[in-house]
Design a protein around this ligand. Structure first.
Ligand code: CTP
Length: 400
């Protein structure tokens, strides 16, 4: 505790679980956390503004009046005055609004206007939770850096059983405290540089050589670093992923342009190289499209070696990031090869990926990795790429 008062803006959605928000306010107040509340129109069907005001000790905001410009400014301030926004209960409707960036009432406007972390506690019928539209929205919101607590399995007010029940007020309060503690942002004030995706090496104006890298692991790492409070630069080859929230995206096409972008982004405290950089480029790129030949003969390509971006950065005398991390894709002797790579590249840590057949790493959502450094080897179980990212960033924040 810093002694400074911490406060949240609580957005109460319209669901039967809204009654638990009253208990949440009581618990938060007891733990010394200030609460200001916004109630959606339908929340008023479940709890009264008077109970919310009495428990929070603050004026309750709602959509009783249409938004004039002047008032709207007030709402933006409202969404930024708190240290954290908490949506409880977060209904399917509110989550959908957040995922699509709608701002047609006070609650959604505050959520769109905020520059603070947001925690949501979903609560809805199990079928609504499991609906592909809701699940799609959840993925979007996670990618935007929104934090989740629950839902949990349980009996619901509608009599059905399954996931969709709002987390208990005590658990939501714990999640609030974790997000408010300085320990939640160990990378505040740090710069993290991440490379991701494939590179494209041109053959002629319409053809190129590339690889299957999806960029998923790198994007997940950039997102995880931002969640820990870092300023993040993500130098990315061409991928079909939306840019993560709170991250500066710098597009790069060839290995050469990726190196230039990386050097321009330095200095950094941590540099993580997940990009699948082409080892070679076509030595002479044709200025015009290569045409089929009359005599049926085929062209041959001569290659030139690309700079190793990781090794270039790791061997800098001046302005070397304190932690330089490489990735290695191996199909056999994973640890041995990674140890050799660690030495050859001069980096501090190699995250060795087991990409042997059947692991479905490329383009897939899971990863089995081993952390190889001078300290030894740490093997992690098969985890989602998001989990690998979160664990890796937590480990790096600790080692920094
Ligand atoms: N890397 C890089 N620039 C290159 C090549 C690789 O920054 N021109 C980085 C990658 O981002 C990754 C690591 O180096 O962090 C991978 O090293 P690399 O030698 O390419 O290993 P593999 O791809 O695993 O291939 P190999 O086993 O053939 O060495």
């Amino acid at each position: 505790m810093t002694g400074m008062t911490r406060s949240i803006l609580l957005i109460i959605g319209g669901g039967i679980a809204a009654y638990k928000s009253l208990e949440l306010i009581r618990i938060l107040k007891k733990r010394g956390i200030g609460v200001t509340a916004i109630m959606t129109k339908s929340a008023g069907e479940f709890v009264t503004p008077l109970s919310v005001a009495s428990l929070s000790g603050n004026k309750v905001y709602g959509d009783l009046f249409s938004l004039t410009d002047e008032v709207e400014m007030g709402h933006i301030e409202l969404s930024r005055a708190a240290d954290l926004l908490v949506v409880a209960p977060a209904t399917a409707d509110l989550l959908a609004k957040m995922a699509s960036g709608l701002a047609n009432d006070l609650a959604s406007t505050a959520l769109l206007a905020t520059d603070k972390p947001v925690l949501v506690a979903p609560a809805m019928n199990v079928r609504m939770w499991q609906h592909p539209a809701t699940q799609r929205n959840i993925r979007t919101l996670r990618n935007d850096g929104i934090h989740f607590t629950g839902p949990v399995d349980g009996e619901m007010a509608c009599g059905e059983f399954g996931p969709g029940r709002m987390a208990e007020p005590d658990d939501i309060a714990n999640a609030v405290e974790a997000l408010l503690s300085p320990a939640a942002r160990p990378l505040a004030g740090r710069h993290v540089l991440v490379t991701a995706g494939p590179t494209r090496e041109p053959i002629d104006p319409v053809r190129f050589i590339s690889n299957h890298s999806s960029g998923k692991q790198g994007y997940a790492i950039a997102s995880a670093a931002a969640r820990l409070g870092a300023r993040v630069t993500l130098v990315s080859g061409p991928v079909s992923l939306p840019p993560p929230a709170g991250v500066q995206l710098v597009p790069a096409m060839t290995a050469h342009s990726m190196l230039t972008a990386v050097e321009a982004a330095l200095p950094a405290d941590i540099a993580i190289f997940t990009a699948a950089v082409a080892d070679w480029r076509v030595a002479e790129v044709a200025g015009e499209k290569l045409k089929k030949r009359e005599d049926g003969s085929t062209p041959s390509l001569a290659f030139a070696e690309n700079a190793d971006i990781l090794r270039t950065v790791a061997s800098r005398r001046q302005g070397r990031p304190a932690l330089v991390v490489g990735f290695a894709a191996e199909t056999e002797k994973v640890i041995e090869h990674a140890q050799a790579k660690l030495a050859r590249k001069g980096c501090d840590l190699i995250v060795a990926n087991d990409v042997s057949a059947g692991n479905n790493v490329f383009g897939g959502d899971a990863n089995t990795v081993h952390l190889v450094s001078a300290k030894g080897v740490e093997s992690w179980p098969r985890l989602s790429k998001d989990e690998v990212a979160a664990r890796l960033m937590a480990t790096l924040a600790e080692r920094l």
